[in-house]
Ligand binder design. Structure first.
Ligand SMILES: Cc1cc2nc3c(=O)[nH]c(=O)nc-3n(C[C@H](O)[C@H](O)[C@H](O)COP(=O)(O)OP(=O)(O)OC[C@H]3O[C@@H](n4cnc5c(N)ncnc54)[C@H](O)[C@@H]3O)c2cc1C
Length: 534
């Protein structure tokens, strides 16, 4: 008898989800996490006394409701806060565009910039609702070939969806809908988040869709905060996994996957401990899993070559800060505007120019910034009267032409604060502490290759049956007994949970573990069966 049915490498949110599902079905599961805390990129830490910061991921919403419901995450502390407004985009000329949950209110806001765009907006929203109805089920199951997926689309729609979702740039797509540069800039930021590509790059329209699938309560295409920080999401998953019977060990890195007679039979830890299991699931990226953690020559050369060519570049960094007070944005001094995302992305051209800098190895001189002030809705994150600010800043290439990232942090902080000063004069003086997490930090701390936040770009050439590589997209790998369950697998990154959920379905089937044996978790059931989010 082996020690475990399943060993999961990495306790990021996907690893925890796979562990929870398999444990809930009666499997003996062990999660090994290299860091002292679980959560991977979805964590909250306290870098300065009393200030709790979402070090990496900061916006909640993508996590699939089916997972929340089946793993009973509400019971274990998952508590999202829906933002209204969803977003606030201050503009260099002192105007602003605010995204409200209420569609009529939003139309009025857009009409400030273009009456035609305001009129087109409801149809744009319906387009996404419809497109997401088609895409979401495909995200919550092992991937079918893209060509086959297109074939499943209702007659008369396949061509349009193929063009709009998979082939086009965000720019061409948005140009079809709208005329106002301000609106298109604000929308296009979501099409490049985390990806080393500009909005003029073909395929970025799909990324817009990926970041549009957020659901909180009855609201679609939305984002919010996680009460207590993003770490609460993964803490709730860890608690669920443990209650369902999984064991989680932290500060235990995996050095090697043990292979016997062409099959993964367990792992060896960084301290030399050997643990045996019927199957091993890795939530880290495909290249490291298959090339660095398996003995030499385990993987066929042609496959190894494809794995090396997975595109996974850094595109962003985090600037996190403790604030003495809340900044005043000239365009709308009322802090009520700042409860959702505060976006500096005034036009698609601005974003593309920011990308131009990074293409040639420079941090963007005028970066796009997505800032969150969580303390406005969740004061528990800072001492009384103080605030936190977490900025997702793009573009920052994996390597800088000018030298190591560690020497560029002061300059980066200065660029971020100078950019923000243009919209919120005095913000610099409010900062009492700051930290910069560069692509190099993201890679070193979390193991995400190149600092790529999705464990590989989620462009159309690396999604569905092409993720991580063609022929090996169903969570199984060329090494029998070794599985992928993290963002490297379909449908990709974000705190979405779908890769962990889908991998669990395949594992339960391969391990012949009874679905729902202890409580009804069923990663093969349809999302429509799920209860709404708490
Ligand atoms: C800066 C940044 C900002 C982001 N912002 C958002 C956001 O706002 N909203 C959103 O939805 N998504 C966001 N994302 C993306 C999202 O956080 C990730 O795609 C997602 O969390 C990845 O989850 P995962 O479980 O697949 O992998 P990871 O979170 O990468 O987990 C992998 C785990 O494996 C561990 N590990 C690595 N090597 C070993 C080893 N050898 N042995 C044992 N353990 C190992 C790591 O320590 C890590 O805990 C962001 C990501 C980053 C980096």
């Amino acid at each position: 008898m082996t020690d475990w049915d399943l060993i999961v490498i990495g306790g990021g949110h996907n690893g925890l989800i796979t562990a929870a599902y398999v444990a809930k079905a009666g499997g003996r599961v062990l999660v090994l996490e290299r860091r002292p805390i679980v959560g991977g990129a979805c964590i909250t830490e306290e870098p300065w006394p009393g200030f709790r910061i979402n070090t990496f991921a900061y916006a909640s919403g993508l996590l699939r409701p089916k997972i929340v419901s089946e793993l009973e995450l509400g019971r274990f502390g998952y508590d999202p806060i829906l933002s209204d407004p969803q977003g606030f985009s201050p503009l260099p000329d002192g105007r602003h565009l605010t995204f409200w949950l209420d569609e009529l209110r939003e139309q009025k806001e857009i009409a400030k910039f273009s009456k035609a765009d305001a009129a087109a907006y409801p149809e744009y929203v319906r387009f996404w609702d419809h497109a997401l109805d088609l895409i979401e089920p495909a995200m919550m199951a092992p991937p079918m070939p893209l060509s086959e997926f297109i074939g499943t689309l209702p007659e008369g729609e396949a061509e349009r969806m193929l063009r709009d979702l998979f082939l086009r740039s965000a720019k061409d797509f948005l140009d079809d809908w709208f005329e106002s540069p301000e609106l298109k800039g604000a929308l296009a930021a979501s099409a490049v988040i985390g990806t080393f590509a500009g909005p003029y790059t073909p395929g970025t329209a799909y990324i817009l869709g990926h970041h549009n699938i957020g659901r909180l309560g009855e609201h679609r295409r939305v984002w919010g905060h996680s009460r207590g920080g993003m770490g609460q999401i993964t803490q709730s998953m860890a608690r669920a996994a443990i209650e369902f019977g999984a064991t989680i060990r932290t500060s235990v890195g995996v050095r090697q996957v043990l292979v016997e007679r062409g099959r993964a039979v367990g792992v060896e830890t960084e301290t030399g401990e050997r643990l045996r299991a019927r199957a091993v699931a890795s939530s880290i990226d495909a290249r490291q899993t298959l090339l660095d953690l398996t003995p030499p020559d385990t993987i066929d050369r042609a496959i190894a070559d494809r794995l090396r060519k997975i595109r996974a570049q850094g595109a962003c960094l985090k600037f996190n800060a403790a604030l003495e007070g809340i900044p005043k944005f000239t365009a709308a001094p009322d802090p009520g505007h700042l409860v959702g995302a505060v976006d500096i992305a005034p036009s698609m051209e601005y974003i593309e120019r920011a990308y131009d800098d990074a293409k040639y190895g420079t941090f963007s001189r005028a970066p796009i910034i997505d800032a969150y002030f969580q303390t406005l809705v969740d004061p528990s994150m800072a001492p009384p009267g103080k605030h936190t600010m977490t900025c997702f800043v793009q573009y920052s290439p994996t390597s800088l032409r000018s030298g190591p990232w560690s020497e560029a942090k002061e300059a980066v902080a200065d660029t971020v604060l100078t950019t923000l000063e243009g919209y919120a004069p005095g913000i610099r003086k409010l900062v009492s502490h700051w930290q910069v997490m560069t692509p190099q930090d993201i890679e070193n701390i979390l193991g995400m290759p190149g600092g790529n936040i999705d464990q590989g770009d989620i462009t159309p050439d690396q999604i569905f049956s092409l993720r991580p590589i063609p022929g090996w997209a169903n969570y199984r790998t060329p090494l029998a007994g070794l599985y992928l369950c993290g963002s490297a697998a379909h449908p990709g990154g974000g705190v979405i949970g779908a890769p962990g959920h889908n991998a669990a379905g395949v594992l339960l089937s391969d391990l012949h573990l009874g679905l729902g044996r202890s409580g009804g978790a069923d990663p093969t059931a349809s999302e429509a069966d799920a209860l709404p989010v708490n």
